[in-house]
Design a protein around this ligand. Sequence first.
Ligand code: CMP
Length: 132
Amino acid sequence: MMIKPDAVENGHIGNILEKVTTAGFKIKALKMTQLTQRDAELFYAVHKERPFFGELVAFMTRGPILAAYLEKENAVSDFRTLIGATNPAEAAEGTLRKLYATSMGENALHGSDSDENAAIEAAFHFAERECF
Ligand code: CMP
């Protein structure tokens, strides 16, 4: 997962991590960092033909993010339930995006969409010796 620049700027790191761990996710790795233009373009390469790609890269590089590698049974689907819909206007009550996101683009959190992508994204952010 990533806590995106909007949620970091708005001071939500502590509240989000508290809710994530209370929901049963174990933190295997954690890092505050700032993505470069190249990092964001690589991370979101699947979206490069989308009209919002430039806006997405500008947003994701404008300030620090918090990357976390999480572990749980059914982690991908349970995390997507916890964070809610991509568009916070459509996110269910109590979800992290309902609580902390402000728009479709500035939606506070990223969660991996499959186990395969979770492994790729964990390797993108963390060296093996940073994972516990
Ligand atoms: P995320 O789950 O990180 O995956 C892709 C991101 O693209 C998504 O969250 C949003 O931040 C962004 N995104 C998706 N759709 C739109 C859109 N229509 N306009 C702007 N940003 C979008």
